[in-house]
Ligand binder design. Structure first.
Ligand SMILES: Cc1cc2nc3c(=O)[nH]c(=O)nc-3n(C[C@H](O)[C@H](O)[C@H](O)COP(=O)(O)OP(=O)(O)OC[C@H]3O[C@@H](n4cnc5c(N)ncnc54)[C@H](O)[C@@H]3O)c2cc1C
Length: 319
C-alpha cells in the first residue's frame, strides 16, 4: 500500500468545487502524518487544465468522453480502477450529492471500507481514526479503520487549500464501454424567485418556526435588516416557503455576510450549504443543537420571543 492520500476532484462547469479545496486542506495534514503525497483524481473530458492551482503534489488525470459529465457509474468504475492500481492510504470524497453517489460504489467495487459523514480524520500508524457524524449530526462516532478506506467528508470540516502547482500524470481510463447509464441533460432548478446565493444577509428558518403562518416573524426581521428569508429543507418540503429558498445539500449553497439560523438544528446536509457564511448567528432552544458548533454567536432562546424583540431593536436603531 502507498502512503498517498487521494482526493476526488469535483468540478462543475469548469470550476473546482469549494468542498474539493477543503479536502485538499484536510489531505495535507494526513500526507504529512503518513509520509505520502497528496494526489488529486481529476476525471473529465478535456478537463486536465483544471489541475493547475490544486493544492496537490500530483494529479492523476483520467480523460474520456464517458466522463464529460458526471455519470456515477463511470466515475465509480474509474475511481475503483485508480484505487485498485495505486493502492492509496485513503481516498477522500466530499459528502456531496456527487460524493454520496460514488463513495459507496467505489467501496463496493474495491472491497474497501467506507466511512461516511466524516468531520475529522487522523492517521495513527496503520489505522485511520475518523470522526463521523451520526443521527443527523447529533452524535459523533469515532471510527477506527484499516488503511485503504474510502472516507466521505462533510463540507466545512477543514479550511480550503488551493494555489498549488501539481505534476499531472495522464492515466488511461478503464473500459467504460459497458455503461448502463448515460448522461441526458443537466436541469438547473427554476428560481422564479430571489436568488438567495447572491444575498448578503439571510434570516433562515427551520422546523422550529412551527408553521407557515409564523414565517411572517422572520420576514419582518428580514425587512427591518434589508435581508431575505431562506430555510432548511423541512420548511420547503412543507411548502411554507418555495424550494428556491432552501439552503443545503439539495438546495442552494450560500455565502452571505450574515446567516441568522432560527430554529435550525444544523444537520450536515444543511451545514453543507451555509457553513462558509462570514458570520453565523444561531437561535435555538436546544443548547446542544449542532448548529452551535458552527455558529460564531448563539442564543439558547425561543425564537418566538427573540425574533420580535430583534425586529423592534433593529427598527429602533434604523429610525
Ligand atoms: C440526501 C439529503 C439531502 C438533504 N438536503 C437538505 C438540504 O438541502 N437542506 C436542509 O436543510 N436539509 C437537508 N436534508 C435534511 C437534513 O438531514 C435535516 O433533516 C434538516 O436539515 C433538518 O431541518 P431543521 O434543522 O429545520 O429541523 P430539525 O432538525 O427538526 O430542527 C429543528 C430545530 O428547531 C429547534 N427549535 C424548535 N422550536 C424552537 C423554538 N421555538 N425556538 C428556537 N428553536 C427551536 C429545535 O431545538 C431543533 O434544533 C437532507 C437530507 C438528506 C438525506
Amino acid at each position: 500500500m502507498s502512503n498517498d492520500i487521494f482526493v476526488l476532484v469535483e468540478h462543475h462547469g469548469g470550476a473546482i468545487s469549494e468542498t474539493t479545496n477543503e479536502l485538499f486542506g484536510m489531505a495535507r495534514g494526513l500526507a504529512e502524518a503518513s509520509g505520502g503525497a497528496v494526489v488529486g483524481c481529476l476525471l473529465g473530458s478535456g478537463a486536465s487544465s483544471l489541475a493547475e492551482g490544486l493544492a496537490a503534489d500530483a494529479v492523476l488525470s483520467v480523460q474520456a468522453p464517458e466522463l464529460a459529465a458526471f455519470v456515477p457509474e463511470a466515475y465509480a468504475a474509474t475511481l475503483a480502477a485508480l484505487v485498485a492500481e495505486r493502492d492509496p492510504r485513503v481516498l477522500l470524497i466530499a459528502n456531496t450529492t456527487v460524493g454520496m453517489d460514488v463513495a459507496g460504489a467505489v467501496s463496493g467495487r474495491t472491497g474497501r471500507p467506507l466511512v461516511a459523514y466524516c468531520s475529522a480524520i487522523t492517521v495513527e500508524g496503520d489505522t485511520l481514526v475518523v470522526t463521523s457524524q451520526v443521527y443527523g449530526g447529533k452524535l459523533n462516532a469515532e471510527v477506527q479503520t484499516a488503511s485503504g478506506a474510502i472516507v466521505s467528508v462533510v463540507g466545512g470540516s477543514a479550511p480550503a487549500a488551493s494555489g498549488g502547482s501539481p505534476t499531472v500524470e495522464t492515466v488511461a481510463p478503464p473500459d467504460l464501454s459497458g455503461l448502463r447509464t448515460t448522461f441526458v441533460a443537466r436541469v438547473e432548478a427554476q428560481s422564479g424567485d430571489v436568488d438567495i446565493t447572491g444575498e448578503e444577509i439571510l434570516v433562515s428558518v427551520g422546523r422550529g418556526i412551527g408553521g407557515e403562518d409564523n414565517i411572517e416573524l422572520a420576514q419582518e426581521l428580514a425587512d427591518a435588516l434589508g435581508a431575505t428569508v431562506s430555510a432548511s429543507r423541512p420548511v420547503t418540503d412543507a411548502g411554507w416557503l418555495p424550494k428556491s429558498r432552501q439552503v443545503g445539500k439539495s438546495g442552494r449553497k450560500v455565502k452571505p455576510k450574515l446567516y441568522l439560523a432560527c430554529g435550525i438544528s444544523g444537520a450536515p446536509e444543511h451545514l453543507e450549504g451555509m457553513s462558509d457564511a462570514e458570520l453565523i448567528i444561531a437561535i435555538n432552544t436546544d443548547e446542544k443543537a449542532p448548529i452551535f458548533d458552527v455558529a460564531h454567536y448563539g442564543a439558547t432562546a425561543d425564537l418566538f420571543d427573540l425574533l420580535p424583540a430583534l425586529t423592534d431593536q433593529v427598527r429602533a436603531v434604523s429610525t
